[in-house]
Design a protein around this ligand. Structure first.
Ligand code: MN
Length: 235
């Protein structure tokens, strides 16, 4: 047994629908610009350029129902509703036709974004981390096993702020499908159990502020709900 100089951090995890046991999170990969209408609203050209990825730390996950404090150093804090894919097998250089065999299940997630910091980084050619990879930036609703929901390639995906509908699209509009995303990602990394993939957001992103209630869902999969809290006080 390895000794540590202090107690190691707890393993981050996501709930699994209807089960006591939770899904342990290893890494969170996110796909950029994967719905054409969202690519356009970000000021880019939605031709089918290869997908690119960014990451969030595993401990950015937070359960549905949480209060997420308004994060520091932003005045343009955005929601992005996304389909989340959960991986439970090790795989490398997978063919698209084989990729779905590595999926544990699916969930509804929100890629919370400090848009002002993301755009500043983007425009200066710097990493996106400060815009995307901050504390509590990955709310994810309970995962549902493939055996419960089968594989999702279509279905309404939506998000509302204080009951006002902001994002409303269909998984059919994904530029790169789930099998393609898994296949392409697995050429760059050995995928491992516990990896999550946030598959990109449709059009309609926008700002949220303290006390906003953010709800969203994917037909046939489930719903997510978070409340934005006040900024965290110094400690
Ligand atoms: Mn996103």
């Amino acid at each position: 047994m390895t000794d540590y100089v202090f107690a190691p951090p707890a393993i981050s995890s996501v709930a699994v629908e209807g089960e006591q046991a939770r899904f342990p999170v290893r890494r969170i990969f996110c796909v950029g610009r994967n719905y054409a209408a969202h690519v356009r609203e970000m000021g880019k050209d939605p031709d089918r350029e290869p997908p690119f990825f960014f990451t969030k730390p595993a401990d950015a996950v937070v359960d549905s129902g949480a209060v997420v404090p308004y994060p520091p150093e932003t005045s343009n804090f955005h929601y992005e509703i996304e389909l989340v894919v959960a991986i439970d097998r090790e795989g490398f250089d997978l063919a698209p036709a084989d990729a779905l065999n590595y999926v544990f299940g699916y969930g509804v997630g929100i890629d919370l974004t400090r848009r002002d910091l993301q755009f500043e980084a983007r425009d200066k050619g710097r990493p996106w981390d400060w815009g995307k990879a901050f504390d509590l930036s990955a709310p994810i609703a309970p995962l549902r096993r493939v055996s419960a929901v089968s594989h999702l390639s279509a279905g309404r995906i939506w998000l509302a702020v204080n009951e006002s509908l902001k994002q409303d699209a269909d998984l059919k509009e994904l530029v790169w499908s789930v099998p393609e995303i898994i296949s392409i990602l697995s050429r760059s990394m050995v995928l491992r159990p516990g990896d999550l993939i946030m598959t990109g957001t449709p059009a309609g992103v926008g700002a949220i502020v303290a006390n906003d209630k953010v709800t969203g869902g994917i037909d046939g999969l489930g719903k997510i709900e978070i409340t934005i809290g006040s900024a965290r006080a110094a400690s």
